[in-house]
Design a protein around this ligand. Sequence first.
Ligand SMILES: Nc1ncnc2c1ncn2[C@@H]1O[C@H](COP(=O)(O)OP(=O)(O)OP(=O)(O)O)[C@@H](O)[C@H]1O
Ligand SMILES: [Mg+2]
Length: 368
Amino acid sequence: MNLLELHLHQFRSYHESVFRFEPGAIHILEGANAQGKTNIIEAIAYISNLRSFRTRNLRDLTEHGQPSFSIDAVCEHGGIREPLRIHHEAGKKKLFRFGNPVASFSRFVGTLNAVLFSPDDMMFFSGAPVLRRRFMDTELVKLSQSYTSALRTTQKLLKNRNALLKKKQPEPFLLETVTEQLVDTQGTVIRQRQGFVNRLNERLREFYPVFSGGTEHLKIQYRTFVDTERNLETQMKDLYRKTRERDLRFSVTGDGIHKDDLVFLLNGYPMSAVGSQGQKRSALLALKLSLCSIIQEKTGQYPVFLLDDVFSELDPVRRQKLIDLIPQNMQVFITAAEPVQADFGNRMVCVHHIKKEINGKDKQNESQ
Ligand SMILES: Nc1ncnc2c1ncn2[C@@H]1O[C@H](COP(=O)(O)OP(=O)(O)OP(=O)(O)O)[C@@H](O)[C@H]1O
Ligand SMILES: [Mg+2]
């Protein structure tokens, strides 16, 4: 999969800018601080995930003083060129594929599949479980329609169940029905999360040792409220029967996939407790490379790989290892504040000089 064109209109620091990108190449977005490099990465990630990794408030994405923004992209997948468009105005987001409006989020998300490494991810191992659940959801939603619909239904059912639990005397039949439906949809979510973690672990066995010089191993454990090696539905039914009184007392569903987590083990110990900054960075890169490999396996195509500020954080040896690990025909975008010193072998490298112009117009010089 490739991003061939990106047209930003009133997006962040870009008033009106067009970028063209070579398929399969390594694109280096080079420029001093605050020139708009990450803004480009954010736009690409946004068109992929329909979520910004820097803000939850869409107003932040709109150029200051403007009422709306749009991102137009042309992507290529399996030899097909597909125009994608997001237009945001008055708190509403409109999505288009091939120029036609797309009503549902799930028919748009992942059309351009981008995998992101950002320095902000450093909280990933030690932050709240929601970060790691969001990672699973963001990626699985792009890969599986059945996951998307099971996740959405589960979220709705949990809300309904909690609303029932808050009532003074909830109708027992209603509570029973919503719990049964919850058991069904959660089974789908748990199986796909476990399958995803299993495949990531297979890939991590290959990628992580490259960064660590072969002396360390990294493993992910998927933690959920039932034993994934036994029948999920039977366990969930038993559990919800046993915890019914407690849930009624606290007016909330205590157990469910909304509490799931991932534990990263470095040589058997939690990464959050023992990992150095460098080990965490390497683990994140190995994780994202593993993800790229899984996406290729599942869809037949590599995603677009976005590496924000990755080089300033790595020593020259790890930097070179990263470049060597990037698959030949995967299109990559790397931001850098300084010229990148590394051996790219026979890869096509395009350097884009990113500079914000004072009058609001942006300039892009390109050389290869
Ligand atoms: N909504 C907005 N409207 C106008 N300008 C914005 C908006 N949001 C951010 N900016 C501007 O964009 C610039 C930051 O862009 P960006 O984060 O892409 O920088 P960068 O090139 O990645 O810098 P660094 O090397 O420090 O990471 C800042 O000048 C900021 O003021
Ligand atoms: Mg930046």
